[in-house]
Write a protein that binds this ligand. Structure first.
Ligand SMILES: [Zn+2]
Length: 482
C-alpha cells in the first residue's frame, strides 16, 4: 500500500547512527506505521516528505534500539541480593531464593525488568524464563523479542514425561505470545540438562523451526563437571536439587565439545557466555554456525572470567551483547555493558585495537539481531525494517563537544540519557516518561516481592522441596524421585 506523506513521522536529530551505514550529522528517520521508510540527511528526508509530522530531537543521537541478547527479566527483584558470591555458591544460593517466589510474583519481578529495559533503550529482549512471564511482562509492555522457555532435567528415566511437559508449556507460551514475540527453548546448562534431554529438545526445535539457547562454558565449575564428573555441580548442586542418585559421567571434554557430540549445534543455537572456550571450541562454534551471547559484566562480577571476544569475532562467530539478569549484573544498562566490554577486552588483551566504540555499538544492536536471527527486521535503521529506535540525549556538558557519536555513547552515556524509546513505530518512553505503563505501581508491587525475598534470605534461605511454588522441576516428576 503506498504511504501518503500525512501518515509519516520524521524524527530529526543532530546525529543519526544507522549502524549498517555511515553516521549522519543532522540526520532524520522517517517512519510510517511500524516500519522505517527513509533514513538520510535531515534536509533530504524532510523535503522529500513535506506533509510529514516532524519530531525535533535536537541534541540527541538517534540509533537502533538495543538488542539485549540475554536477560532473565523474572529475576529483576533479585538485584543486589547475592552480590559477593562466586559463581558456584551464587547459583546454589539462587536455587534457594528462587524457590521463595510464586509464578505471580515472578510476573511482578519481570514487569520491573521490562520497565527498566524500556527506559534504558532496549527494544528487543532475548529473555530466558521458566515461568514464561516474559510474554506478559515484556510483550504486553510493547517490547519485541523472544522468550526462551527454560527446561531442566537430568533424569533420563523420566525423559518422556519431561518432553511431554515441554511440549505442553511450549504450546501454551506460543498461544499466549503477542505478535512481536516468538518462543524458543532454553535447556538451562550442561550441569542441569542431560545429554538425552538436550538431544530431544534439539529434535523438537528443529521439527518446529524454533530457536534454542543454553548457558554454555560459563564457569570453571562447569568445566570440571563435564570433564571429570566432579566438583561443586556434581556434589553440592545435585544434593540441593535432589539429584544425588543420578549418574554423573565424566566426559573428558570441554562443554562445547560435549554438546557438539550430541549434535545440538546449528545456526538456530545461541550459546550464552562461552567464557571457558578454547581455540578448538571457537572453531566448532564457527563451523556449526552457533551464535554467542556475550555477558561481560555478569561474567566478571561472578568471578567467571572474560570470554575471548577478540578470537570469537576474528573467527567470524556471530556475537551479541547481553546484560544477563539483575541477579548477577544488577542493572540492564547496555551503555554500561558496552563500556565494560571495551575496557575489559582492551585491558586483558593489552591491545586497544581489539575493540572500539563503533564496534561496541554494532555488537549491541545489529550484532545481537544477527545472533538471534532477527536482523532482517531489527538491529539497524534501514528502510523496510521495524521502527525500533531510541534517542539518547547528549545535551549535557559531559558529552560536549561531540565529534564521534559512537564515542559519546560508549564512553559517556548511561541508561538515564535515553529520552525516547520506540518499538514498531510506537513510543513506549518519551521525554523520560512511560507512555503506557504505571511505573510507580509496578515498582511498588516489586518492592513487595523484594520484601518477601529479603525475609527468606534473613531466615537463612529455603529448601527447594519445602518451597510453596516448587516450580523448578518440570511438572515435578523429579521431585518425586528424591
Ligand atoms: Zn542466564
Amino acid at each position: 500500500m503506498p504511504v501518503t506523506n500525512a501518515e509519516l513521522t520524521i524524527y530529526r536529530a543532530d546525529w543519526v547512527i544507522p549502524v549498517a551505514a555511515p553516521v549522519l550529522a543532522d540526520g532524520a528517520l522517517a517512519v510510517a506505521g511500524e516500519r522505517i521508510v527513509a533514513v538520510g540527511p535531515a534536509e533530504d528526508v524532510i523535503s522529500a516528505h513535506p506533509q510529514a509530522t516532524v519530531v525535533e530531537l535536537g541534541r540527541s543521537i538517534v540509533m537502533p534500539g538495543f538488542v539485549n541478547c540475554h536477560s532473565h527479566l523474572e529475576y529483576t527483584s533479585f538485584r543486589g541480593i547475592l552480590d559477593d558470591e562466586e559463581f558456584g555458591d551464587w547459583i546454589l544460593s539462587l536455587v534457594d531464593v528462587k524457590a521463595a517466589l510464586t509464578p505471580d510474583e515472578y510476573l511482578v519481578s519481570a514487569r520491573l525488568g521490562a520497565l527498566e529495559a524500556i527506559s534504558s533503550g532496549i527494544t528487543t529482549v532475548a529473555d530466558t524464563s521458566f515461568n514464561a512471564v516474559t510474554l506478559d511482562a515484556a510483550g504486553s509492555a510493547g517490547l519485541r523479542g523472544r522468550l526462551y522457555l527454560e527446561v531442566f532435567g537430568v533424569d533420563d528415566a523420566r525423559l518422556d514425561e519431561t518432553m511431554a511437559d515441554v511440549e505442553r508449556r511450549l504450546a501454551e507460551a506460543q498461544a499466549a505470545a503477542p505478535p512481536q514475540f516468538d518462543v524458543g527453548l532454553a535447556p538451562h546448562a550442561p550441569y542441569t540438562v542431560s545429554s538425552r534431554l538436550y538431544q530431544a529438545i534439539s529434535a523438537l526445535a528443529r521439527s518446529r523451526g524454533i530457536k534454542v539457547m543454553s548457558h554454555v562454558a560459563e564457569s570453571k565449575e562447569e568445566i570440571t563437571y563435564v570433564r571429570s564428573g566432579s566438583g561443586k555441580f556434581a556434589h553440592d548442586y545435585r544434593e540441593k536439587m535432589g539429584w544425588e542418585r543420578m549418574l554423573v559421567q565424566p566426559y573428558g571434554v570441554s562443554p562445547i565439545k560435549y554438546l557438539q557430540q550430541w549434535d545440538v549445534f546449528d545456526r538456530d543455537f545461541l550459546a550464552v557466555h562461552c567464557v571457558q572456550v578454547t581455540r578448538d571450541d571457537i572453531r566448532i562454534l564457527k563451523a556449526k554456525g552457533v551464535a554467542v551471547a556475550h555477558c561481560p559484566k555478569s561474567n566478571a562480577k561472578l568471578g567467571c572470567g572474560v570470554a575471548p571476544l577478540g578470537d570469537l569475532l576474528h573467527e567470524g562467530v556471530r556475537v551479541g551483547l547481553g546484560t544477563d539478569s539483575p541477579a548477577s549484573s544488577n542493572i540492564m544498562d547496555m551503555f554500561d555493558e558496552m563500556r565494560t566490554m571495551l575496557f575489559l577486552h582492551r585491558a586483558v588483551e593489552r591491545d586497544v585495537s581489539v575493540l572500539d566504540a563503533q564496534k561496541c555499538v554494532r555488537i549491541a544492536t545489529l550484532g545481537g539481531a544477527e545472533a538471534l536471527g532477527m536482523d532482517a527486521d531489527v538491529g539497524s535503521l534501514e528502510p523496510g525494517k521495524f521502527a525500533d529506535f531510541i534517542a539518547v540525549d547528549v545535551a549535557k556538558s559531559r558529552f560536549a563537544p561531540i565529534d564521534d557519536p559512537h564515542s559519546a555513547l560508549v564512553y559517556g552515556a548511561n541508561q538515564d540519557d535515553v529520552r525516547l524509546t520506540v518499538v514498531g513505530g510506537r513510543a513506549l518512553f518519551r521525554d523520560h516518561a512511560y507512555t503506557g505503563l504505571d511505573a510507580e505501581g509496578i515498582r511498588r508491587a516489586a518492592f513487595g516481592v523484594r520484601e518477601k525475598l529479603r525475609a527468606r534470605v534473613r531466615a537463612g534461605g529455603v529448601q527447594v522441596g519445602a518451597a510453596e511454588s516448587g516450580w523448578w522441576h518440570p511438572a515435578g516428576p523429579e521431585e518425586e524421585s528424591v
